[in-house]
Design a protein around this ligand. Structure first.
Ligand code: GSH
Length: 222
């Protein structure tokens, strides 16, 4: 099975898929696609114009799947070990919910409110909008940190007692927050800050964080 991921490293959704592949030991090729703007050929395999898209060259055309959640589900089916979706039905539903929460609420606020105004702007040679980032951090993010702290409680993982797709989806969004020079305030949300550090310390995450670090070393908010 030859798998290709179309996307760019710093996308939290591309990272989510790459972490799943690393956890499962799946080989793939990352083909860089610049979505600013997306090329015409890419629109044919990604009608929503979004990255990532997976291509499985062993399948007859159309052999592509857009959307990180759809791709991760396919990978779980083709590479069941280690299991990244809870066995228990209720916990599986909770994991799907947290993945959705991360992909929408977290991605919206971190992506548009912090990462783009700071890290992406700097990468693209534009002026950084620290006002928007600081406003997001003070007005929007505390609600998210409170919610995730409540969900986590005193456990090690977001759902049940095992590492799952929920942890990957949540933690990948925190990488983008860090690329912009922000993090969870450990004085206010100690368990969440500890959790993020622990999940990011997994080899599947560190490899990608290290790969992206050089790119963002100079783009963080002062
Ligand atoms: N639900 C999608 C979201 C993907 C997404 O929003 N990707 C962003 C990059 S981080 C993108 O391609 N944006 C391009 C655009 O909105 O035009 C997924 O999980 O893959």
């Amino acid at each position: 099975m030859a798998l290709i991921i179309y996307g760019m490293g710093p996308s939290p959704f591309v990272r989510k898929v790459r972490v799943v592949m690393a956890e499962k030991g799946v080989d793939y090729t990352l083909e860089n696609v610049n979505i600013f703007p997306a090329p015409d050929w890419f629109m044919e395999i990604s009608p929503l114009k979004r990255i990532p898209v997976l291509r499985d060259t062993d399948k007859p055309e159309p052999n592509t799947i857009p959307d990180s959640s759809a791709i991760c589900l396919y990978l779980e089916q083709t590479h069941p070990e280690p299991q990244l979706y809870p066995q228990d039905g209720f916990e599986r539903g909770r994991a799907a919910w947290l993945e959705e929460y991360a992909d929408t609420e977290m991605a919206g606020n971190i992506g548009l409110g912090v990462f783009r105004p700071i890290a992406l702007s700097a990468l693209m040679g534009k002026e950084q909008d620290t006002e928007t980032a600081n406003k997001t951090m003070t007005e929007k993010m505390p609600r998210i940190f409170d919610y995730l702290s409540d969900v986590l409680g005193d456990r090690d993982y977001m759902v049940g007692s095992a590492f799952s797709i929920a942890d990957i989806a949540v933690a990948t969004q925190f990488v983008n927050l860090q690329h912009a020079g922000f993090k969870v305030d450990a004085a206010k949300w100690p368990a969440l800050a500890d959790y993020v550090a622990r999940i990011h310390a997994r080899p599947s995450f560190t490899a990608l964080i290290d790969e992206e670090a050089a790119l963002f070393a100079k783009t963080r908010a002062a």
